[in-house]
Design a protein around this ligand. Structure first.
Ligand code: BGC
Length: 752
């Protein structure tokens, strides 16, 4: 017999922790909320049905190549705004442009409801940061909060109110191009970082004119696309959905995210964009989310392609009933909902709820008070030295040192001759996918970062193809080979059938590395990518490998900082690196199976032709110094159901340089009503230690962290043994054990 503690208790605990407010602030918040609802009521009462559909309609600004058509579409759009038929625009940027259109809404439309201007501000706006997967490698919520805050300040100065970020899709398949946009494979890491991104974009108060409304996406399961092929269907059990795919969205909603976006995928036979279970039941009912839901681009119309709706009338109806409040791009709501109401297929009550949610956000954003952007801000905030420094620091924090045999790195700045070669040495692809308004010309390439780092006595030799690179290497004291992938090999529609190195500029990249390595000079590989890459030969044969990612405008400077010892890399992998594409899906928090892999035993769960372990595990990353762990202490050997457990340990820098270590806490629920992963991350802390310095790191395992959605699909902690590991990555660590036991005293009391 197993005991449970109810999910409501945990939800209360979570909410209490998420919104620690003083009574005064709380009362003020309630009053503001009441006042907002009153204003929404007042406005709703004055709206015609058509004006309501307008608020539920989001359009891209027309981008016709043909000038005449463009003018015609622009004029049509202005007319629609004037008649209250558009509630939000995407891809209009620039304060003057936004203000001009806003003026039509606010001064020429009947009800003067301001427009919401939206844009994909994914990893920075003008100052671009590392791609989100790289940012996740920082394992540093504060870095992500700060980067998102800078992005919001820049984007809002350009007239924007709303970003379609953060992407919180769990990515377990490196073939999927959009793995670059998320925070990796782990629900806990993604939850913590996702909540930080929301706080960064939205700042302390949405009505702050420098804040952007966040939009966690894509709800839900998009990252599980079969075979990693973008837009592909997903089959996800409810357990896996609730335990793996949904927690980051719950955390983002808890952090106050104003909106949520649907996903393109079919989820267990119901496309996410028409999925009542996701939006009405989970998001709006169980989580009491009071923001609004926007469809992904054209996703409502695409319900017809899915074979879920016969025509656009049906598509509009099912999405609305499922809880999708705003239609991005397809105009299906605008054109179809009138008939749906007249034919009583949808009630006006449902329409009003959707419109209420949109208006509520417009009030919260302060748009009725301040509809216009300050056109003078741009010059002051864009690409400021502070923003660029924040981007450089974020790029440094994202670097992952994958290998460093015999401390080859860092290199000396004053070596006589240095070769920097490969197709990405001087490439702006480092910028990454979804670069918003980042100008590629501002990207510091790896080569230019190195140039400004090394002494002016060092002779620098460069090369791109194999012959040039070999010649440069022969003539040098050390060689840095920069390889990887283009930004467009990742991102939306950027899925690949293999994650081995691609040919680039006609060069077989692995052949290039082999040829240069054969020269016998000290060789460093820098990887520039937005996904995990399968590089087994390189991992085996090259002594030093630095993962530089697609790291935004300042990537080249940050990489050079690390290569030459001005920065000691301390990032960790947010995603497992497989040995080959065929090893996918491979992720650390898998189930054990009845026959866990044993290298020397045939009938176990593994492939015959490669080891069962990954090339580099989740959480992995080295440093120029070394860290020793000891003194793992658990607050108790047993805790009562509903109780928490303190876990502490000591970590010491036993090397010669200062450095960052990400201390990681994992647990395993040994036997449960549904099988649990072999390990689950439940805590982490990035600590900075000087040589010889020792720190005690403490974690608290709360019921929220120990529980999961169990056989009854209730969130609960179950009785029994748990294992705990604390260490430097997901593959090892100091090990402990404790037990969750029933609470006899309270049970006895209840019986009486
Ligand atoms: C993507 C979204 C994005 C939207 C608007 C879609 O194709 O899936 O993530 O926010 O376009 O640009």
């Amino acid at each position: 017999m197993r005991n449970f503690i109810c999910s409501w208790l945990l939800i209360c605990l979570t909410l209490a922790a998420a919104f620690p407010q003083t009574p005064g602030r709380k009362t003020r918040a309630v009053t503001v909320a009441q006042e907002t609802e009153r204003r929404v009521d007042e406005l709703l009462a004055r709206m015609t049905l058509e004006e309501k559909f307008g608020q539920m309609n989001q359009r891209f600004s027309p981008r016709n190549k043909d000038e005449e058509n463009n003018l015609k579409s622009q004029a049509e759009m202005r007319q629609l705004i004037k008649s209250g038929r558009i509630g939000s625009l995407i891809s209009v940027t620039g304060a003057p442009e936004c203000n001009e259109l806003q003026r039509i809404a606010v001064e020429e439309s009947r009800l003067k409801i301001p427009l919401l201007f939206a844009y994909d501000v994914i990893h920075g706006y003008r100052t671009t940061f590392p791609v989100p997967l790289a940012m996740a490698a920082s394992w540093d919520a504060e870095t992500i909060r700060r980067a998102s805050s800078v992005a919001a300040t820049e984007a809002s100065a350009d007239g924007l109110h709303w970003t379609f970020a953060p992407m919180l899709d769990i990515g377990r398949d490196g073939r999927w191009g959009r793995i670059v946009e998320g925070f990796g494979e782990d629900p806990y890491l993604t939850s913590v970082l996702g909540a930080a991104a929301v706080r960064g974009f939205q700042k302390d108060d949405l009505s702050d004119s420098t804040a952007l409304i966040a939009c966690p996406k894509h709800f839900a399961g998009y990252g599980a696309a079969e075979g990693g092929r973008d837009y592909n269907s997903t089959e996800i059990s409810e357990h896996t959905l609730r335990n793996v795919y949904l927690p980051p969205f719950r955390a983002a909603a808890g952090a106050g995210a104003g909106t949520v976006m649907t996903a393109f995928n079919d989820l267990n036979g119901t496309p996410a964009t028409a999925n009542n279970f996701l939006f009405r039941q989970i998001l709006k009912s169980e989580w009491a989310f009071d923001g609004f839901v926007v469809s992904d681009a054209n996703a409502i119309a695409e319900l017809i392609n899915h074979g879920y709706s016969a025509d656009s009338a049906e598509a509009a109806q099912v999405s609305l009933l499922a809880g999708v409040d705003m239609d991005m791009q397809s105009s299906v709501y605008l054109n179809q909902l009138g008939r749906a109401v007249r034919e009583k297929r949808v009630s006006e009550r449902v329409i009003d709820d959707a419109v209420r949610r949109v208006l509520r956000l417009k009030f919260r954003k302060g748009l009725f008070e301040r509809p216009y952007a300050d056109e003078k801000l741009v010059a002051r905030v864009m690409l400021s030295p502070e923003n660029l420094e924040t981007a450089r620091e974020a790029a440094r924090k994202s670097l992952v040192l994958l290998k460093n045999e015999n401390s080859l790195l860092p290199l000396k700045k004053d070596m006589a001759r240095l070769a920097v070669v490969g197709p990405y040495a001087d490439s702006r692809e480092l910028h990454g996918s979804w670069r918003a308004k980042g100008d590629p010309q501002n990207v510091v390439t790896v080569l230019s970062g190195i140039k400004s780092k090394i002494s002016n006595r060092t002779e620098l030799k460069t090369g791109v193809n194999i012959a040039e690179s070999v010649a440069a290497a022969k003539d040098s004291d050390a060689v840095i080979i920069v390889i990887g992938e283009d930004a467009r090999d990742t991102g939306e529609g950027g899925s690949l059938s293999t994650i081995e190195l691609q040919r680039k500029q006609g060069i077989d990249q692995e052949e290039l590395v082999r040829a240069v390595q054969a020269i016998g000079k000290p060789t460093v590989v820098v990887l520039v990518s937005g996904r995990p890459l399968a590089i087994p030969w390189i991992a085996q044969n090259i002594p030093a490998i630095l993962l530089g990612w697609h790291s935004g405008l300042q990537g080249g400077n940050a990489i050079a900082d690390a290569l030459f010892g001005d920065y000691n890399p301390g990032g960790k992998l947010p995603v497992t690196f497989p040995r080959s594409t065929g090893q996918i899906p491979i992720y650390y928090n898998h189930k054990n199976t009845g026959r866990p892999p044993k290298e020397d035993k045939r009938n176990t769960s593994k492939y015959l032709d490669i080891p069962a372990t990954p090339l580099f595990p989740f959480g992995y990353g080295l440093s120029y110094t070394r860290f020793a762990y000891d003194n793992l202490r658990l607050g108790a050997a047993r805790i009562e159901l509903g109780g928490s457990l303190k876990v502490s340990l000591q970590v010491k820098n036993i090397g010669e340089r200062a450095g960052d270590e990400v201390v990681q806490l994992y647990i395993r629920d040994v036997a449960a009503s549904v099988t649990r992963p072999v390990k689950e991350l439940k805590g982490f802390s990035r600590v900075r230690l000087s040589p010889g310095e020792k720190k005690t790191v403490e974690f608290t395992l709360t019921p929220e962290l120990l529980g999961f959605y169990n056989r009854e699909m209730r969130f609960a902690v179950e009785l029994g043994k748990f294992k705990v590991w604390v260490g430097t990555d997901s593959a090892g660590g100091l090990e402990g054990e404790f037990e969750v036991v029933a609470a006899p005293a309270r049970n006895a009391l209840r019986k009486r």
